[in-house]
Each structure stands twice: as C-alpha cells, then as structure tokens.
Design a protein around this ligand. Sequence first.
Ligand code: 9MR
Length: 342
Amino acid sequence: MEHRDTLARAAGPRIRIGTAVSGGGNGAGASTPAPFLAAGPYRESAASEFSSLTAENHMKWLLLRPDRETFDVEGADAVMDFAAANGQVVRGHTLLWHNQNPDWLEQGSFSAEELRAILREHIETVVGRYAGRIHQWDVANEILEEDGSLRAEQNLWIRELGIKIVADAFRWARAADPQAQLFLNDFNVDALGPKSDAYYQLVQDLLADGVPVDGFSTQAHLSTAHPFPDSLAENLQRFADLGLATAITELDVRIELPGGAEPTEEQLAQQAEYYRRVTEAALSVPGCESLTMWGFTDAHSWISHQFPGEGAATLLDAEYTRKPAYFAVRDALVAGRPDGDR
Ligand code: 9MR
C-alpha cells in the first residue's frame, strides 16, 4: 500500500497540495531566495509534503523588475527548477496587483499608453518564459475593496487605465501561455458576502465579454479569533457552477499570542479544526484542484510582520514538528479520496 505519510501522498491525484516558498521580499526587494536555497529541513519539507509551489514573493514586480529594462528571474527560476526537480506544479503569483510594485513603476510619470505597453511586455515576458510549466496564474490579485467596489485608488493599473486593463491582462496571459489556468484571486472572499458577490458578478461580465478567465480563488488567511467562514464551500460552488475552476491559494490560520506566548492546546485544536474544515470544503467542490498553504513552518511566516502579537499560523512549528493542524489536513485528505482509493 502506498504510504500516506506526507500531505501530497495523502491527497493523491484529487487535489494539488501547495505551499508558498519564502525568501526575501518582505518589502525590501531582497533578491536572494533564502531560506529557500538553503539546504536542510525547509527544502526537505517543501519537496516532500507538497505537490504545488507558489513563489511567496519572487514572481512579483518588486523582485522581478528592479528597473524598467530588467527582468531579474533568478529567484523565480529557482522556484521553477525546484518544482521541476521534485515533480511539482507551480502557481504563478502575480501579474496585476496594487502592492509590491517597484518605485520606478508606481512613481513614474507614464502616459496611459506607456503603462499599458509596460504591463503587456511584463505579462508576455514573464508568462511566456514559464509557458507550459505553470498550473495556474493569479493574473489579477486583490482588485476589489471590501464593499465590492473596484480598488481603483490604490491599484495603479486600474486607476490609470480603468477596469478594461484587467480583461487585457487575461488576454495577454492566455496568448503567452495557452495552457495555464488564469485566475482572479483575493482575500476575504472565503465566505458569501459583498466582496465575493462582486467577484461573482465581475467574472460573469468578463466571461460574457469573452475574456479568458478560468478560475476564481480565495486566499483563506484565517484567524482562530474570528469565526470560521461557514459558507466557504457554498461560495466556491457557485463559481464552479459557472464552469470555473476554483482554488484556495494562501491558507493560514493565525493564533493570538499576546506577549509572545506559546499557543495553548485549545488554540492548536481550534486551528486544526479550521484547517480541517477548509480542506473538506475544497474537496467537496468539483473543480477545486489546488489547496495552497501560505508557508508551512512557523519559522518562516509573514504573519508576525503584519500582525504583531499573532502567529503560529502554519502546519509545522518553528522546529518543523508537525502540529495538530498538520494531521487534521492529512486525515481530511485521506478521508476525501474516492472510496476505492483509500
Ligand atoms: O507573504 C508575503 C510577504 O512576504 C510580503 O511582505 C507581503 C507584501 O504585501 O506579501 C505577502 O504575500 C501576500 C500575497 O502576495 C497576496 N495576499 C496576501 C499575502 C500576505 O500579505
């Protein structure tokens, strides 16, 4: 019998289990993909537990584009090579976003025409470079506000070029890589609500216009201090019913740890429950074929930078020991396999 001792093996072919792989880029524009390139448990777990990788930062404009002429692909290539060596697919993240853009772009005084050409060149070059090797691209990331309106003020592309640029981005991406599934991706769209309703409408408008959108994904940055998004499966299912693929792209479940406290057993149990429920929701929706964690060890997680006093959000602790959440995900994956396959 096949061993079920890693997440990827537990999942089998039904769903890709992914992780973001970190390295530099906490706003600083670091170009070395440490700890990703360092040997040791980080790489071992990344290779053995997962069947999909996302570059946490290295496919973003800030790291790929130090200046207008340069494409610095070293970090992105390292992720692609690692995935190829380990039989993993890659989710590309991301092409059109309001965040982690270089200053030359955000502060440049480009005409609308120039901006459009800059985005087009970027998409053709980056998507073209990895064509045939990317499972799913987050083409447009976080383009809506919490109330469902367009994030027009913060998003340079939409502010200067209008919503039409989103359709263009999808078309350019499709032309550059006809195989990759092209996604709209955002946070706080786990449950039904104004923001996910707005995506539900937007994606129908795009499809009606013949725009090649293949999928809708929710990030699932959760917290044990907040209620679980009970309507997660229902929300994904309505997008599946439109014929779209769905995915969970950045799952983590942070815990309140005032003054640097260690998580209690109760907190770890609640975290495990949240991870289990997300895994079950993903498996319950046909066409949800990718479930990615936003990092897999508490030794390297974005949470403490963004949420001081919170943390321990991932499946392995800082010593790479499996937490209750790890076993909850793995058990849910095994339970979700077709009967004959368990
Ligand atoms: O994890 C990423 C962190 O290292 C960066 O500093 C941060 C900058 O905004 O982006 C983090 O990743 C984000 C992802 O690209 C999009 N969704 C939210 C993620 C967490 O902020």
